[in-house]
Design a protein around this ligand. Structure first.
Ligand SMILES: [Fe+2]
Ligand SMILES: [Fe+2]
Length: 200
């Protein structure tokens, strides 16, 4: 993997200043969450820093790069090419930053849609992206921020709910991975509660 400082400089050159500040905010949040949930802080830092590395690309550029990296573009991504900034960002990072850690790459790949059975790092990047300090306020943000440090799965369900509601209100398409993401979280929370009850 390239050195952290090199990656940081490169990210600064790839993004406009607002997105760069957002990326640093996600990094800061991911470090705090990494400590709370006891996972590798270096992984949190790098994954957060690079998560939006391809976000400044235009729709046509994202499609072109996705094809270049051999990504199978589904019909929803075709209609909303911005969904590709995660997958393209992951493959770009593997090539340009020589990152081979699958967990970091998956955290970048799935940070917009979520997916079934996410690792703790994937969950942290997903939620840090939503709650970092520079995020524009939306209804429910404070509750999600608080919940993220109490029970990350519940915070993720709250944010999946708000994302899905937003997408429906705008009459946009919902990616099936987002549905799987939410279903899986509900099941995870439910089985955790059952275990808790048993142990009482
Ligand atoms: Fe993003
Ligand atoms: Fe982001």
């Amino acid at each position: 993997m390239k050195k952290y400082d090199y990656i940081k400089r490169k990210i600064k050159s790839l993004l406009d200043s607002e997105r760069y500040i957002h990326s640093l905010g996600v990094e800061k949040e991911a470090v705090k969450l990494g400590k709370r949930y006891d996972i590798d802080i270096e992984k949190c830092k790098v994954a957060a820093l690079i998560h939006d590395c391809q976000k400044n690309l235009k729709d046509e550029e994202l499609i072109e790069k996705a094809l270049f990296y051999g990504i199978n573009i589904d019909k929803i991504q075709k209609k909303s090419p911005q969904l590709l900034h995660g997958p393209v960002g992951a493959l770009y990072s593997r090539q340009q930053f020589e990152i081979n850690d699958e967990d970091i790459l998956n955290a970048v790949y799935y940070h917009t849609t979520g997916r079934d059975n996410m690792s703790m790092l994937e969950k942290i990047i997903y939620i840090a992206d939503i709650i970092e300090e520079n995020r524009n306020y939306f209804k429910g943000l404070d509750e999600i921020r608080e919940q993220a440090y109490i029970d990350i799965n519940r915070a993720l369900i709250m944010s999946a709910d708000s994302t899905i509601t937003y997408v429906i209100q705008r009459k946009n398409l919902i990616h099936p991975l987002t549905i799987e993401f939410r279903n899986n979280l509900l099941l995870e929370v439910e089985s955790y509660e059952k275990k808790e009850k048993k142990s009482l």
